[in-house]
Design a protein around this ligand. Sequence first.
Ligand code: HEM
Length: 266
Amino acid sequence: MKPQNTLDLSEQIKEVTKESHVRAENTELMLSFQRGQVTLPQYKLLLCSLYEIYQVLEEEMDRNSNHPAVAPIYFPAELARIKSIEKDLEYFYGPDWREKIVVPAATQRYSHRLRQIGKENPEFLVAHAYTRYLGDLSGGQVLGRIAQKSMGLKSGEGLSFFAFPGVSSPNLFKQLYRSRMNSVELTAEERNGVLEEAVRAFEFNIQWEHQECSILCFTETWPQGDIPDTEVYLSDCEINWQTRLLFRNIEIHALHKRSTFFFLTI
Ligand code: HEM
């Protein structure tokens, strides 16, 4: 392998996020996908988070599309996901999906960060665009096929997120994308910032995936009927230890009945 300082940005970013990728592949949510056990509630919640993330990511990419660090990796026709996610949300939640969707607090923290860097450090957008889009064009393609099988969906229905009609060969496109990343001119300080931001981008993804699992685990164990006193309920119900750990430090802002939603912040 080449020494770190002679690596291209695309090689460096892959190298520094290697360990994070292993952790991202092994969240409960991703393991459910890989085992072919992804459920409809899991998938719907996943789409809600993706909506929040891509809405902000793509708004910030559009706003900064002429920035020298963003322009080379700006491929809205090939990559933009927001319209596909909206289509999927409408398929699952109906025409009033906007009133029904749920955004975990960890996803909101991710989107706040995207908003902040879009304003303050647009060059860091390359780290987030890389993490999401190259991931969607890699493992994401396999996940789409598994999701279809696991949930028994008809071809393409509710699965637009995984389809990239503007990309005929994901592998060739990834090569082009990497070469564009490598053409971005960055000072040493900016490059280090981008690498740190890529690790952070993976961390945000790991966090919201963890929180989704906890939300689902919690709602699945929720009995029908009135909502009990939260503290008593939490100590009595059978939830796994990760959820217990999570809830120990959580403040429940708003809590609605089973199958609807609640917002959490740690
Ligand atoms: C079930 C979960 C996952 C599987 C099976 C998976 C699998 C893969 C595979 C096979 C590749 C291609 C590696 C290569 O070309 O050398 C890849 C690349 C990638 N994945 Fe994942 N992945 C998963 C989850 C994730 C998640 C959650 C993220 C981040 C949000 C992510 C981000 C990436 C990125 C950015 C790349 C491109 C690496 C590069 O070529 O530089 N992956 N993934």
